[in-house]
Design a protein around this ligand. Structure first.
Ligand code: BMA
Length: 919
């Protein structure tokens, strides 16, 4: 498997990598970026985007600094040309092609001074026969490739203004900054989103090649697909796990394929031992594609499992395209895995009803025939500029996903289709990637050109990534059925049938066939109520349920935001569904991160710069001083803190504790649902990581630093958890244990009551309960009323520590382990709590390389270990509570360190008590 990373190349002339097949990579230096009317001409790189090359040449400052996102709008309003150095090593008379794996977005391409083509889709691969242009190219010096990129915001506006262009009812199309993003096939968040800047960058953002074909190798493989499934498997339906594996391969090529070509495959384990090999059957050749298939008996290969559910077994497969005279014409090599992953939306069966599951439909994933609880978050574009997203950075981020006990990410629509290396990392680490087409929070045109463009984009990307076992699902787009169509109905109800029909034209008639060429599941919208029927005798098998709901039944996924901070701990505020695909509340990044992107003078909560970098609520247009909308998001953080916590007199923000507290109570609620009639089987919070430094929903900051949220989510995504559920009005308190193990676990829960100074309180309730809990289930271990048991106490000075210890085993692992978790209950808001100084003591041991924290004089809430700038690391645990005299050893993992270990001396510890202090 080749991870193609950009290589620095000699500047004078493009003489880069020449493969055996005469594939000349254009990746590297030796390019020039220019705009004659602005008098700019600077050395450039491929892959890149204009902002990056302008920044590298100091034509502009750091795009992320201060309010440069606003100051640099002129870059997006201009056209930019990338020009190569003369391309050496080409033979004049060969069949010669240009292949572009990604052009962002509107281009006019010329080679040897002659126009080659124009392109208009960031997400498509393009290939062009330039043989005749090259043969008429006078000299080597003229073999120059030039790509002019038009301004995407200008072009989007021009398309919108075309006569007869599609329109939508008011309030439907969500504008963040630049308007009209729905007319163009470019990363939608490039035009602004509520967690990021709007740079609308332009450039050759992915590798490009010149390919020369000859008689020995007359074809070039530009893309390929391998689909692995169980014989008889149908999309969105659980297959028979005893059937043999079917392997379908399909190779997309250009060039001229000789008659009688065949496909030969070799399947190898990771040590290169051959597992199976042979000729594929049912080989079919067209002038663009060669397909074939084979089968692999059940049991020949080991299964691939997600993180914590079993091993991530992987294999290599090579597929040779072989001529009738037995010459290998081209080869594809892939690393792949054997698994089935299905989104099961089938009706609740009689057997499920008998188990107490509410009627309606399922909405959960099954891996290799097993239900599992999906734990994870939403992945957004990790940078406003994809070409600078490195394998190393994503490797670290995905390590944090695994360290955070997550097994699934929703790769949110409206960014970009993930690069191959992201899927490779996910395959290795066992992270399921629920992948989405790039449409969100808008409706889209349905003219034939647009639909054809979208189909090409979908077909290319679906085929490109299908072999990855981490691929979990394709979804059509973000917030369509649960938001966009509802907005149409609110704004222009009489128009709903028209826009629903258009919605189906794009998301069912166009996108579904691109997915259903393979075996993976599809859903047109995240979020939705699932399908009403699935019938493979229809050309489009899915009929959506939409809003056709029977009271008392449960359907589909939930998406929940409520910026009224009083919903914290209020279970009745959270939605009851089968799966939660997004929910959240924003918070502040750390001061360490802020300092990398704003000046010291701007470093306070409501400075103009900090305010205007808060894009929630979005500005809603190009206004660069919409303080009103930014203030809404800032105020929500402030209100949350004021409602729930002691008001700090310091610069760093406790809004992060509120964020974490809220997500924990929501995740507890969703996970408990695995044992309730709604049989809830997934929780993916919004959002995993940051694009830049700003107030957002992220749990991991731009440089990889964990916020309180990621630690708290790690804790509440443990396999076996104990959690309180409390109704402040009635005093109803219950405690539940929830397990996502696949077998019964047995153990004991304990309850110890304290006042804040650490005195144990003789509260009249059981101090321990033995329990047994079934697979992926929850069980109540305490049910009482605080009004009954705490009548004699001042609720501001009562807290309860609950622990669980359970014996069980991990999925696909027979050994018995002990699972432990603890949690705390406080009947009054922490704001009113009679916090005492818990006397935290912090030490570091050079021999164990662990930190140790002790609460010497009381209960410590939200203990927070912090570390200085210059390093990125994560502690094994953080943001925990300590019982009186409890000591916790805390290990850590360093991700990067430019302090030479000095960060260790800079580690500090505090708890919620510190928020009550004057400094
Ligand atoms: C949902 C997401 C995103 C958005 C987030 C926070 O709407 O799907 O579009 O960034 O909430 O507002």
């Amino acid at each position: 498997m080749q991870l193609l990373v950009s290589t620095a190349l000699a500047a004078a002339c493009l003489q880069p990598l020449v493969y055996a097949q005469k594939v000349i990579s254009l990746v590297g230096n030796g390019w020039t970026l220019s705009n004659p009317s602005l008098n700019v001409s600077v050395p450039a790189h491929l892959p890149s985007q204009a902002h990056l090359d302008l920044y590298a040449n100091q034509v502009i400052g750091n795009p992320y600094y201060g309010l440069n996102d606003f100051n640099l709008r002129w870059v997006a309003w201009n056209n930019w040309t990338y020009t190569s150095a003369p391309i050496a090593g080409l033979s004049s008379n060969a069949s010669t092609w240009l292949q572009f794996d990604g052009l962002d977005t509107f281009t006019s391409i010329s080679f040897c001074g002659q126009h080659v083509a124009s392109t208009n889709n960031q997400f498509r691969q393009y290939w062009f026969d330039v043989s005749s242009i090259l043969s008429s190219c006078a000299s080597d010096a003229d073999r120059v490739l030039s790509i002019n990129f038009g301004s995407a915001p200008n072009i989007a506006n021009a398309i919108a203004a075309e006569p007869g262009q599609e329109t939508w009812p008011s309030g439907v199309q969500q504008v963040f900054e630049f308007p009209n993003r729905w007319f163009i096939r470019k990363e939608q968040s490039d035009f602004g989103w509520d967690w990021g800047p709007a740079f609308a960058p332009a450039g050759p953002w992915k590798p490009a090649y010149v390919v020369q074909l000859d008689k020995v190798e007359p074809v070039h493989i530009r893309n390929s697909v391998v689909d692995i499934y169980r014989q008889g498997q149908l999309n969105n339906l659980p297959p028979d796990q005893t059937k043999p594996w079917m392997v379908n391969a399909s190779i997309d090529y250009f060039g001229s394929l000789p008659e009688g070509a065949t496909l030969q495959y070799t399947l190898m384990d990771l040590d290169n031992n051959t597992v199976m090999s042979g000729g594929m059957t049912s080989v079919n050749c067209t002038n663009a594609t060669v397909t074939g298939e084979t089968s692999i008996p059940d049991g020949t290969v080991d299964l691939w499992w997600p993180n914590q559910l079993g091993p991530q077994n992987l294999y290599y497969m090579t597929i040779d395209l072989v001529s009738a005279s037995n010459d290998t014409l081209a080869t594809v090599a892939k690393r792949l895995g054997f698994r089935t992953i299905v989104l099961n939306e089938s009706p609740i069966s009689d057997a499920q009803l008998a188990q107490g599951i509410a009627p309606g439909n399922n909405w959960h994933f099954e891996i290799n025939g097993h239900e599992f609880y999906a734990k994870g978050s939403n992945f957004i574009p990790p940078d406003a500029f994809w070409p600078r997203v490195t394998v190393e950075r994503m490797d670290q981020l995905f390590d944090s996903v695994v360290d955070g006990n997550q097994n699934m990410l929703r790769v949110w629509a409206s960014g970009a289709y993930s690069p191959d290396f992201l899927y490779d990392l996910a395959d290795e680490k066992g992270i399921l990637l629920w992948s989405e087409f790039e449409f969100g929070d808008a409706l889209y045109p349905v003219n034939p050109e647009f639909l054809d463009n979208v189909f090409q984009e979908a077909d290319y990307n679906v085929r490109r990534v299908n072999h990855h076992p981490s691929l979990a699902l394709w979804a059509g787009g973000n917030e369509l059925e649960n938001l966009e169509l509802i907005l149409v109905n609110e704004s222009a109800p009489e128009e709903l049938p028209r826009y629903m029909a258009e919605y189906e034209t794009l998301f069912l008639d166009t996108l579904l066939p691109a997915v259903f060429g393979n075996s993976i599941s599809y859903t047109p919208s995240s979020t939705s109520n699932g399908w009403l029927s699935l019938n493979f005798s229809n050309p489009i098998p899915i009929v959506e349920r939409y809003y056709n709901l029977t009271p008392g039944s449960v359907y589909g996924e939930t998406d929940f935001y409520n910026y009224d901070p009083s919903v914290l701990y209020n279970d009745s505020a959270f939605p009851v569904g089968r799966f939660s695909n997004e929910f959240g509340y924003h918070s502040m990044p750390s001061l360490q991160s802020w300092r990398t992107q704003v000046s010291e003078a701007d470093l306070h909560f409501n400075s103009s710069t900090v305010l205007l970098r808060d894009h929630h609520d979005p500005s809603g247009g190009l206004n660069t001083s919409n303080f009103h909308n930014s203030s809404i998001g800032q105020a929500q953080m402030t209100e949350a803190v004021e409602l729930w916590y002691p008001i700090p007199n310091k610069t760093d923000s406790i809004a992060n504790v509120f964020q974490a507290d809220l997500y924990v109570s929501e995740i507890e609620f969703y996970r408990r649902g695995s044992g309730l009639p709604n049989r809830q089987l997934g929780s993916l919070y919004w959002q995993l990581e940051d694009t830049w430094v700003a107030p957002t929903w992220a749990g991991i900051e731009y440089d990889g630093r964990w916020k309180v949220l990621h630690y708290a989510a790690k804790d509440i995504y443990e396999h076996v958890i104990i959690a309180p559920y409390y109704n402040i009005t009635t005093g109803n308190l219950s405690v539940w244990v929830t397990s996502d193990l696949w077998d019964t676990a047995t153990g004991r829960a304990t309850f110890t009551w304290y006042d804040w100074s650490g005195q144990q309180l003789p509260v009249n309730v059981a101090s321990s309960v033995d329990f047994s809990i079934g697979a992926i289930n929850s069980t109540r271990v305490l049910q009482t009323f605080t009004t009954d048991i705490l009548g004699d106490y001042n609720l501001t000075n009562v807290i309860m520590h609950m622990t669980v210890e359970a014996k069980g085993s991990l999925p696909n692992d027979n050994s018995t382990r002990t699972f432990r978790h603890d949690n705390w209950f406080h009947p009054s808001a922490l704001k009113d709590a009679q916090l005492v100084d818990p006397g935290l003591q912090l030490s570091y041991s050079n021999s164990t390389e662990n930190f140790t924290v002790t609460a010497t004089s009381g209960v410590a809430a939200w203990v927070w270990l912090d570390y200085p700038a210059g390093a990125v690391l994560n502690f094994e645990s953080n943001a925990f509570w300590l019982a009186p005299n409890e000591t916790r050893e805390v290990a850590y993992t360093v991700k990067s360190d430019s302090t030479n270990g000095a960060w260790i001396q800079g580690v500090t510890v505090q708890s919620l008590y510190n928020q009550t202090l004057a400094t």
